[in-house]
Design a protein around this ligand. Structure first.
Ligand code: IPE
Ligand code: IPE
Ligand code: MG
Length: 246
């Protein structure tokens, strides 16, 4: 099962307490640790977390640099834990605009956790779904068949996961939008929007969202067998025709 999370609401969470937004991002990093730990105990094969969108570069410089510092600290402190727990860490998104030290930390974290086979943890940094689709499309000959195009685009996109399609997408913070996250992969994702802010996210929220996912009827455009009406005999068919009132 592939779960993706838009971890939104750090800034508002901090502001609600009269604290600067960066305080919320720091607490958000703790929520990431909790979420990864919780995901490890659920049947989740791939967890993709939206940490920094390409549009987030437009935020104040001090917020952006605080976020970059936090990613570095997170990688430093979590690589060992991931390794111990069989979690393979991978960062998706552009790397050419990230601080060089962060790119090095990413390489190191990916290398050190490469053998993890319990869960794949993907962190999206400087990520834009549109940009990833654009890059993939450019790498693929436009004259190929649709099937080949889909295979090629999946291969070329930033993803390293075979389970590319998202099953369940969770967004905290109350907004009901994708904000350029995994547009291709969410074609048939079940969407769960939570009002609570990301720093308040707990293991139970993940469990509840997964419970909600299992209660949904995924049809993928088809008609589920169970929902097909039983085949009726002609007589029964006649009696079932509703009488329309004038
Ligand atoms: C999500 O929280 C974290 C990032 C986008 C980096 P926000 O920083 O967007 O928090 P709000 O939405 O302003 O409350
Ligand atoms: C989406 O949140 C990006 C991340 C959570 C990293 P934003 O806060 O950037 O999205 P908008 O601006 O509300 O759409
Ligand atoms: Mg936000």
């Amino acid at each position: 099962m592939h779960v993706a999370i838009v971890m939104d609401g750090n800034g508002r969470w901090a502001q609600e307490q009269g604290q600067p937004r960066i305080f919320g991002h720091r607490e958000g990093a703790n929520a990431v640790r909790r979420a990864v730990e919780a995901a490890r105990h659920e049947a989740i094969d791939v967890l993709t977390l939206f940490a920094f969108s390409s549009d987030n570069w437009g935020r104040p410089v001090n917020e952006v640099s605080a976020l970059m510092d936090l990613f570095g600290l997170y990688l430093e402190s979590e690589t060992k834990r991931c390794r111990q727990n069989g979690i393979r860490l991978s960062v998706i998104g552009r790397r050419d605009r990230l601080p060089v030290s962060l790119v090095e930390a990413i390489h190191l974290a990916e290398e050190r956790t490469a053998a993890g086979d319990h869960m794949l943890l993907r962190i999206a940094v400087d990520y834009s779904a549109r940009d990833s689709i654009y890059r993939a499309a450019r790498a693929v000959d436009s004259a190929v068949s649709r099937e080949f195009f889909e295979l090629a685009i999946q291969a070329v996109m930033y993803s390293v996961s075979p389970a590319l399609d998202v099953d369940l997408l969770i967004r905290t913070g109350g907004e009901m939008r994708l904000s350029d996250f995994l547009l291709w992969e969410c074609a048939y994702a079940e969407l769960v929007f939570l009002k609570k802010m990301w720093p308040d996210f707990r293991a139970k929220d993940l469990r509840d969202a997964i419970g909600e996912f299992h209660s949904r009827n995924r049809r993928f455009g088809k008609v589920p067998v169970a929902a097909n009406p039983p085949v009726l005999t002609p007589a029964a068919d006649m009696t079932n025709i509703p009488v329309l009132s004038q």
